[in-house]
Design a protein around this ligand. Structure first.
Ligand code: ADP
Length: 261
């Protein structure tokens, strides 16, 4: 609590009383702490790949590049780590756009099943690489009002996670249905699952249940924060059901009609 005071004086400068202003700064302090944590997280996330890129380049220049096998192996690492930097910067830019006060969606008529179908080739490639079976049930022709490129990103992020957090031979299922005024898209996997006490935290920026697993799969730790922002901007919601070692289902509900606020 912050208190500031000032005297009230009469016209002939005599003291008449004092005004006290009580200012609750708890929320401000919390915001300030969150901002500091975020900057610390970003710095750390950027530092890790850069350290690795520098280290491997130096080792190559110090003579390791004469060994062809080593040269190739190290170049692959450098490429992977620079790719990680690129995804991180892309996600950070996207998140900062979504968090701006004057951010708005580009609302248009979206053929939602077609949008989902359009994502499948890339998702299928990723699933094949990991040996995961992708099943889809997205029949019908439903038109909703929404921002199609941002909605694509929502489903892309959720499908990528479902594949990443599932063992090979596992199943990832994409389902579409209509429920009253909403559409509901569910993405289910039978992978590692999320402990119940952590479910409420996974939408926070950089929160990860298993850091090593997320990094290995190329995750930035920002995917779900982006998903939440986009879905909420559409006045929708995301529900999560999960059982550790059995799997996770994300349900995204979005109103078919967009209402301006
Ligand atoms: P990341 O880039 O780490 O995947 P996200 O914001 O997309 O970041 O997800 C945050 C965390 O939530 C992940 O690190 C992971 O621990 C957990 N998570 C997300 N999706 C799933 C899923 N389908 N199954 C299990 N855990 C998940």
């Amino acid at each position: 609590l912050e208190v500031t005071g000032a005297p009230i004086l009469s016209e002939d400068q005599k003291w008449k009383g004092t005004v006290l202003v009580f200012h609750d700064i708890t929320e401000l302090k919390q915001l300030e702490q969150m901002r500091k944590d975020f900057v610390a997280n970003v710095s750390h996330e950027l530092k890790t790949p850069i350290t690795s890129i520098r280290g491997f380049s130096e080792t190559l220049l110090d003579g390791a590049m004469k060994d062809e096998a080593m040269l190739e192996q190290f170049l692959h690492i450098i490429l992977k780590e620079s790719g990680r930097l690129q995804s991180l910067i892309q996600d950070l830019l996207e998140l900062s756009k979504l968090e701006r006060e004057d951010f708005y969606l580009n609302i248009e008529q979206v053929e939602i099943q077609r949008l989902l179908h359009d994502l499948l080739p890339i998702v299928q490639q990723h699933a094949d690489k990991k040996g995961v079976n992708l099943r889809t049930k997205i029949d019908g022709e439903t038109i909703i009002q929404g921002d199609s490129s941002r909605l694509k990103q929502v489903f892309m992020n959720l499908l990528t996670n479902a594949i990443n957090y599932t063992w090979s031979e596992g199943d990832v299922t994409l389902n579409f249905k209509e429920k009253d005024e909403d559409i509901v898209i569910s993405i289910a996997d039978n992978g590692v699952g999320i402990p119940e006490e952590e479910i409420s935290r996974i939408f926070e920026r950089f929160y990860r249940v298993d850091k090593a697993r997320s990094r290995n799969s190329g995750g930035t730790g920002l995917g779900l924060a982006i998903v939440k922002h986009i879905v909420e901007a559409h006045h929708g919601k995301v529900d999560v059901e999960s059982v550790v070692n059995e799997g996770t289902t994300f349900h995204v509900s979005i109103p078919k009609k967009f209402t301006k606020t």
